[in-house]
Structure formats: structure tokens, C-alpha cells
Design a binder for this molecule. Sequence first.
Ligand code: NAP
Length: 252
Amino acid sequence: MAEFTGKVALVTGASRGLGEGVAKALAAAGAAVVLVARDAAAVGQVAAEITAAGGKALAIGADVSDYATTEKLVAETRARFGGLDILVNNAGVIEPIAEVATSDPAAWARNININLVGPYNAVRAALPGMLAQGGGTIVNVSSGAAYRPLEGWSAYCSGKAGLWMFSRAIDLENRAQGIRVFGFSPGTIDTEMQVKIRASGMNVISKIPRGDLLPVSHAVRGLVYLCGPAADDIIGTDASMRDDAFRARLGL
Ligand code: NAP
């Protein structure tokens, strides 16, 4: 039996990049997967590929920055697949890339509403059901930017730093009731987000040549590892693909 047979996962930001890889990997390992992104056609295409490969998938076009929407996502997940065991808060945006003095206030708030309030919304909607069923796993996709300011990324760094504190708060309140929460830093990986970062020319990350970026598949392995019992001894941590000990667990 595959590792996640009988489990139900909800993956936000699953239309491309890390979220697409994680949704496909969880489905290949037996989970029924609900895929979310604003572009319904793009996320529908990924779900169709999973279904064609023999997996179980449901695509929903939705914006995680709206609480009522995330409540509906969780309700639809439970209605279709009978539960929710794994929540992957992966949806995120880099913009606005601008220095604080010239940044657009509305764009700054929008970043926080997607990268920090979005995960809160999904957790708030999912947690009561997870507690009622005796447990569940939550992975909040973090970043080295949670710990380090980078020029032009004040919104992104602030949101990711807040998300790590939010992970710790969930862990503090819910670990004893079976909730396994992790932060996960994927490293600098070759996705569309990095295309936008390179185009900006802002800060050292934008100067990294595409050829030096890590493959998405490595980070997918790391995130999926956290969803299984092998990671029970590191519950409550911000696991990072830059950490030698964590990569060693993955055989990387
Ligand atoms: P990506 O290729 O740009 O994908 C982002 C995904 O999030 C897309 O599916 C996008 O689809 C979705 N999304 C964005 N806003 C959304 C919203 N409001 N509601 C629902 N879905 C939304 O980025 P990625 O590199 O795979 O990033 C995935 C995660 O890893 C992010 O949290 C990012 O901060 C983190 N991360 C990435 C790197 C890196 O080097 N790439 C490094 C550290 C951390 P739609 O636009 O259709 O909504």
C-alpha cells in the first residue's frame, strides 16, 4: 500500500512550481488531493494529469486571501473525499518588489494577505475538523527570507517571518491534540517565482543564474517527507532544504 493511501490532502498554489510537484507526489503516494490556485484552468490541467495517471484529484480555482473562500475549500474537500488529513499552505507571491520608501501600500498589504493571512485562513477553516478527527498535518511553506531581510522584499520577508511565528503558535496550542505542524524552506528553486525575481534585478537573489537553482523535485521530496511519520521527531520545526541534516534524511 502506498504511504498516503486513504489520506486526503489540500495543497494551495498547486497550479505550478512547488505546489504542483507536491500535489503530484502526494497523489502518486496514494493520497486524494485537492488542488487550489486562482487560475482555475491551470490548476484544472494539473488535476487532470493526476487523474490520467490513476490518482484522485479535485481542482478548485480560488483565492486563499479570502476567509469565506477557504471555508468553502475545506467543506468541498470533506464533501468529496470524506476528510482532510494534510494541509499544505504553499500559495505565495513575491510582489511587490520595491524598497519600503517607494513601495505601494495596497500591493504591500496584498502580499501579506496572500502569504500570511492566506495560511491563517486555511488553518482556521481546517483545524476544527482535524482536531475532531484526532489529528492532522499542516505544512506552511516558509523561506530563508523569514530570517533575513533582503532589499526590495520587505513585504515578502515580513510575511514569511510572520508565517513562521504562526506555525509556532499552532504547534504550541495543538501539538498535544495530534496536530503535526511544520515550516518548510524549499531552498532557491527553479520556478516562475524565480523568473520574476531575476527580472527585477533587485538584491543578491535576483543575480543567481538559473542554472544554479535547485530542482523543484528535491524540495518536493522534503515537503512530502514532513507529511509522513518519519518526521515525527521534528514536529514544530522549520525544516530547511539548506540544512545538511535534513537533506541527509532524504538521502540528498
Ligand atoms: P510559483 O511558481 O509562483 O507558484 C505560486 C503558486 O501559488 C501558483 O500556483 C499560484 O497560482 C498560487 N497562488 C498565488 N497567489 C495565490 C492566491 N492568492 N490564492 C491561491 N493561490 C495562489 O511559486 P513557487 O516558487 O512554486 O513558490 C511556492 C512557495 O514556495 C511559495 O510560498 C514561495 O514563497 C515559497 N518559496 C519559493 C522559493 C523559490 O526559490 N521558488 C524559495 C523559498 C520559498 P495563481 O497565480 O493561479 O493563483
